[in-house]
Design a protein around this ligand. Structure first.
Ligand code: SF4
Length: 678
């Protein structure tokens, strides 16, 4: 093991010697000392947070750097990355460190002073690590990802990397369609990472270990990239794009994507964990103010509601819950170890957590008399939610957030989020009556088939909410209406629809401004139409988009989700340079028989299930919560073995019979088999 570690150290030495950009941790620290006082928030770049893990570099075989390619203030609170950081650092033979995207001021100084991007714990350049794992929860991080590679001195294109470079992997919701990034990422993790990250580290150790034995000398440690990638392609849930080829039809749509080696699967299905592993309890405590200074405990994963616009709800199925005891214990341990005074109980739909009332009681009892703010996001619009928030003693000045998403009967049916006006009015009236002065309502415009009347309904509902609030609580009541623009996402029932055009979105936004700016008690927040359009072409792009992403980055695009970084013209030029039309990706209704660029990536949802749901939306039909009626989305056949091994209530999907029982039943009478379907 120590010979192995020594070789890694030698590899870094060789980098330093032959690549002038590669500096030692001491050299990096000394350069940082000279520049940090010249940037906006030096605390973003120094590490040293309480609960960060600093292991002895030479004591472990495998070094992993996890990168959240957005600014530290956002990335440090990301729960997914925390989970993986925790998983790897629990191993004795590996370490995990972190890096984030430097803000513009820091990037300029790093380039000027030739400081490579480094991990916060050891201050070692990212290029010294064996594995770099990018978290890609949203597509607007793509150009930042390229920038991180460039700042690290690692070739941006996977094909240009050699055995001396780290293996670059990426995961997160954006990996649902990895194709626009296929040229830059060596391997994508599809689905949940808790188990598969260990399998990836094991492959790297095994291949490198074999190589060390064969060579038996002290040359710099290299990774035998091709062999590692072949081995990674064999792991369930790992997609190695270089082993696939895509062919196109004359109209520019995809004909098919197929593997080029036997090890690569035709369909790379997502990974899930059968049971949620214990949540992390050592939360990093940043030394500066960040977006979420809090402990977050995931109470449940997945969602059974079936909102048709919601990619997270579709791709994180099945629903798996943690027990109340586990959540309370983890929250207590995390609060003790961090000193945070805020606790977030996370899920996509908190009201649907089976034991939500018990959990709220247990949390209230456990932390009684302690200075702690508890948030329970994504609550249903009903008075029970207010009772829950009251029990948690939510600070009323913070506002009460609800997400109706649409305001007309027609749109609620189309998006499958059916909440009658009266429920919204009654609930918000009650919220005001119980002392909250601010209600936050989230809506989306740009849904399929939406007209100006549907947008007018949003304005009318907001006015009604505030008028009813005034009746019970007077003129102090306020309403914050956040209206974002819908982006059709892969692996959802709306993957076939066109995005709303910029002109149409502007017209709808103008209507809302006209209607709502008059009332000073209503604060309207809108998103830039260009942001949604950019996200739309990145979400449903094919492999040809990779050149567009590269050119846009090369010409200055980064931090695409930030107004400081937004460069729409740069993207337009990049499309033109590569002879592509952005409207092909954004404003085009997909053919019903179209092969999607992400067709070889499986989230276990049957395409037919999604298509049927899309057809139902066109007819205004809603689907009930699938806890009440399983719609055979595809989860159970894909994960039948996992479900069988975990019977009972941990999962919200129906139990599956053991193969032996099933064969017996079929022999007797196939009509008696349990029916799962519409
Ligand atoms: S298998 Fe049935 S219950 Fe499970 S997520 Fe799919 S539709 Fe819902």
């Amino acid at each position: 093991m120590f010979i192995y570690a020594g070789k890694v150290a030698i590899r870094c030495y060789f980098y330093i010697r032959y690549n002038k950009k590669m500096l030692s941790p001491q050299q990096i620290e000394s350069k940082l000392n000279r520049i940090l006082l010249r940037v906006q928030k030096p605390g973003r770049y120094v590490g040293g947070e309480l609960n960060s893990v600093v292991k002895n570099w030479d004591d472990v075989k495998t070094k992993v750097a996890f990168v959240f390619p957005d600014i530290y203030d956002i990335g440090v609170s990301n729960v997914g990355l925390k989970v993986l950081y925790d998983q790897i650092n629990q191993r004795e033979d590996a370490l995990a460190e972190r890096a984030y995207s430097p803000w513009f001021d820091m990037e300029a100084l790093m380039r000027q002073h030739e400081i490579p991007l480094y991990a916060l714990e050891s201050k070692r350049p990212l290029a010294c690590f064996d594995l770099i794992g990018f978290s890609l929860p949203y597509e607007t991080l793509y150009t930042n990802t390229l920038n991180v590679l460039d700042l690290s001195g690692i070739p941006i294109h996977s094909a240009d990397r050699d055995d001396s470079h780290p293996i670059i992997i990426a995961g997160g919701h954006a990996a649902t369609n990895p194709e626009p990034m296929y040229k830059f990422i060596d391997a994508f993790v599809i689905g949940e990472g808790e188990e598969v990250i260990h399998e990836i580290v094991n492959v790297i150790q095994r291949v490198k270990g074999q190589r060390s034995k064969v060579n038996g000398d002290l040359r710099p440690e290299t990774c035998d990239r091709n062999e590692i990638l072949h081995e990674l392609a064999k792991i369930d849930g790992v997609y190695v794009p270089k082993f696939y080829v895509t062919n196109y039809l004359e109209d520019g749509t995809v004909a098919y994507t197929e593997p080029t080696i036997p090890e690569a699967r035709k369909l790379v299905n997502k990974r899930i964990v059968a049971k949620l592993p214990p949540p992390p309890t050592k939360f990093l405590v940043p030394n500066i103010d960040v977006v979420h200074n809090r402990v977050s405990v995931e109470i449940m994963r997945g969602c059974t509601r079936g909102c048709r616009f919601c990619q997270a709800g579709m791709i994180t199925r099945p629903v798996r819950e943690r027990s109340v005891e586990e959540v309370v214990e983890a929250a207590d341990a995390a609060i003790r170890s961090s000193g945070f005074e805020e606790l977030a109980l996370l899920s996509l739909s908190s009201s649907d957590y089976t034991y939500v009332k018990d959990l709220v009681d247990a949390i209230s009892k456990k932390f009684e008399g302690r200075k702690l703010t508890v948030s329970l996001p994504s609550l249903r619009i009903e008075s029970v939610s207010i009772d829950l928030m009251e029990k948690l003693k939510q600070r009323r000045s913070g506002g009460f957030t609800l997400a109706p998403e649409a305001a007309s009967e027609k749109m609620r049916r189309i998006i499958n989020k059916y909440i009658p006006d009266e429920d919204i009015i009654n609930t918000t009236r009650e919220i005001y009556a119980r002392g909250w002065t601010t209600v936050k309502l989230y809506f989306m415009i740009g849904h399929p088939s939406e007209t100006l009347e549907d947008v007018q309904a949003i304005a009318d509902l907001c006015k009604r909410v505030i008028a009813e609030g005034r009746k019970v609580a007077g003129w102090k009541v306020k309403l914050n209406a956040g209206v974002s623009t819908f982006v059709p996402k892969p692996q959802t029932p709306f993957q076939w629809v066109s995005s709303d055009t910029r002109e149409s979105v502007l017209e709808k936004q103008a209507l809302l401004k006209r209607e709502l700016y008059k009332d000073r008690s209503i604060k309207l927040s809108l998103t830039e139409p260009e942001d949604a359009i950019l996200e739309a072409w990145l979400s449903r792009g094919d492999r040809r988009m990779a050149d567009v992403v590269y050119t846009a980055w090369k010409n200055g695009s980064r931090f695409d989700a930030w107004k400081e970084g937004r460069k729409y013209d740069t993207w337009m030029q990049a499309f033109a340079e590569h002879g592509l039309d952005h409207a092909f990706y954004t404003h085009r209704q997909r053919r019903t028989d179209e092969v999607f660029p992400w067709e070889h990536i499986g989230t276990a949802l049957r395409k037919n299930f999604l298509f049927q749901d899309f057809r139902m939306s066109l007819e205004g039909q809603i689907r009930v919560d699938c806890r009440l009626n399983c719609f055979a989305c595809g989860i159970l056949p894909t994960f039948a073995n996992l479900r069988r091994e975990n019977p009972g209530k941990g999962w919200m999907c129906p139990d599956v019979k053991s193969p032996a029982t099933k064969v017996k039943s079929e022999t007797v009478n196939s009509n008696q088999l349990p029916v799962v379907g519409d």
